[in-house]
Design a binder for this molecule. Structure first.
Ligand code: TXA
Ligand code: MG
Length: 342
């Protein structure tokens, strides 16, 4: 199959690909998605094949407005509308009870479904033109970092899907925040582009699922099935170093070998001579870190590095999502050197 690159003008063509059960790369504000008609089980199954995705990892349904929620979800709590009003379109996925018309292929047989309204003008137009929800995981091959531009998606998916719509680089750079609204207390399942603090401000109490902060014990089941997989991982082993940034830089400097990769804040770029250095933005600028973290993780496989160390932001604001992605890339191999990085 030849994978075509479409432009922002090709809305009708993009919708037609979805209608005939094809696979379409779509831009969103978080990361690029690998979309198919979310009501066409055959098409949805092809997503799993193209990605090499495990069969037990459900997909998010993308819709153009909160008005579509009733079509695919039932027993929708008031909190869902509160959040939709404040944060949609935007980087927030809500887990709700699903209706019977949502194929098992999307939910992997779960009684709930993840729904989100992405904040990208082109994809919103495609969703409206298709007049069907689009099931879309991130557009990477399974286990690879999520793509934040059309070129990165093409790297992973060339020849496996019909087309990718190039909508420019992603503004947010990490995936959506996932909140489970079917639990008695709303629960954060995956930190992402919308900070936990914003959810708490809107809803009051929000619990944080264990899988967000720590690796699961053998046999333990996370509530978001995808949280159990080692993700985003370069071939070389990654060690995440948490703590105050001058200390983390010093720790890493003391461990540099001949072929070492370093992910660091801009302020420390010059401190790792002879290494493959990828900076992800100032230690003060977490939005920039979120935009650049996946691109940094992608670089190392083209180099001969044998070990990678990463400086890591603290858990406030977008730092929770950036730190989570780094730690997942490291298989939760984390060293704390003390001192707080805010
Ligand atoms: O920003 C995003 O969310 C991107 C863009 C393309 O929208 N999509 C994305 O999809 O990150 P994906 O498939 O890479 O991650 C979806 C996560 C997985 O961890 C999956 O297990 C979880 O959402 N998930 C999906 N449906 C669920 C459900 N019903 N209950 C719990 N977790 C669910
Ligand atoms: Mg993904």
């Amino acid at each position: 199959m030849k994978t075509r690159l479409l432009t922002e003008q090709d809305i009708e063509e993009a919708a037609a690909i979805l209608h005939r059960g094809g696979l379409l790369g779509i831009p969103t504000e978080t990361v690029y998605g690998l979309g198919a008609d979310g009501l066409n089980a055959e098409a949805v199954r092809r997503i799993f094949l193209a990605k090499g995705r495990p069969q037990d990892n459900p997909l998010i349904l993308h819709i153009p407005e909160a008005g579509w929620l009733e079509r695919y979800c039932r027993n929708i709590p008031a909190a869902a509308y509160t959040l939709a009003k404040r944060f949609w379109p935007g980087p927030l996925t809500m887990i709700l009870r699903r209706r019977e018309n949502v194929p098992n292929a999307v939910t992997c047989g779960m009684s709930t479904v993840g729904v989100r309204c992405p904040d990208h003008p082109v994809t919103l137009e495609i969703l409206r033109a298709a007049s069907s929800p689009v099931a879309a995981p991130s557009g990477n091959r399974s286990g690879r970092p999520s793509p934040t531009c059309a070129a990165h998606m093409l790297e992973d998916m060339d020849g496996r899907i019909d087309a990718i719509v190039d909508g420019g680089p992603c503004d947010v750079g990490v995936e959506s925040t996932i909140i489970d609204l079917t639990a008695p207390v709303p629960r954060l399942l995956r930190p992402g582009g919308l900070p936990l603090e914003a959810l708490r401000e809107a809803l009051g109490e929000v619990a944080v699922d264990k899988a967000v902060l720590a690796p699961l014990a053998a046999g333990e089941k996370p509530r978001a099935p995808g949280m159990k997989y080692r993700h985003y991982a370069p071939r070389a082993p990654v060690t995440v170093v948490t703590g105050e940034s001058r200390r983390t830089a010093r720790y890493i400097r003391q461990r540099l070998g001949e072929y070492t990769g370093v992910i660091c804040f801009d302020e420390y770029r010059g401190e790792f001579p002879g290494c493959v250095v990828e900076s992800i933005g100032s230690f003060r600028d977490k939005a920039e870190q979120a935009r650049r973290v996946f691109d940094a993780l992608r670089v190392f496989d083209e180099t001969g590095v044998e070990a990678i160390f990463a400086q890591c932001p603290g858990n406030t604001g977008l730092g929770l999502a950036v730190a989570n992605r780094l730690k997942k890339a490291a298989g939760f191999q984390v060293v704390n050197v003390g001192g707080e990085e805010p």
